[in-house]
Ligand binder design. Sequence first.
Ligand code: GDP
Ligand code: MG
Length: 204
Amino acid sequence: MNSWKKPTKLKIILLGDSGVGKTSLVKRYHDKDFKELHLSTVGIDLLDKELCIENKLVSLQIWDTAGQERFKGMPSAFYRDTHCCVLVYDVNVLQTFESLDNWHAEFIKMANPITPDKFPFVLMGNKTDVKDGKSRVVEKEKAVEWCNSKGEIVYFETSAKEKINVDEAFLEIARKALSNERRNNEIYTSNIEIVEEQPKRCAC
Ligand code: GDP
Ligand code: MG
């Protein structure tokens, strides 16, 4: 994949209760292009993937915790400069859905985005494959209602185990992150009164 310019870095973080499948979702999205930049030394796994969206080469940097969410102990650097925040719950465990309000609020408090009301979140309801009698407790309508109550959060029903909707969700996450990066740039450039022309295409 070639580009006229260096790829635009987009930071994505995953939040949600321990055990909902965050790491499994990232691993499912993982492919041979994926570079592992960092593993668990500071309790954060950082993965990087280049892709071309909307004629632009981007480097998607996906930050996953290495288990500290059990103690809500992520350092502030984990939240800083995020372009899109992915919230994950397990459709079979009510408590993980009920925790979403806290994770949402925690993100806004810690990341302190320029425009909190417009900040892009994506919600994943994971483990939709489980059909062993331990039936699902959070229906899709309930999750969509929660998303609408917070603004415009996009919702995906996923299974990391069966790779359902995983690529689709990450593509939307990348799109949301890119439009957020563009909006931040506009705010920044309008503040300093310089309008820089955006690169129009990448050759991939
Ligand atoms: P995390 O703590 O949120 O990172 O969760 P993990 O990715 O470590 O997953 C916790 C457990 O759930 C592991 O045993 C996974 O194999 C399992 N798991 C993750 N995603 C799915 C899924 O989509 N379906 C099923 N059935 N199990 C899953
Ligand atoms: Mg994990």
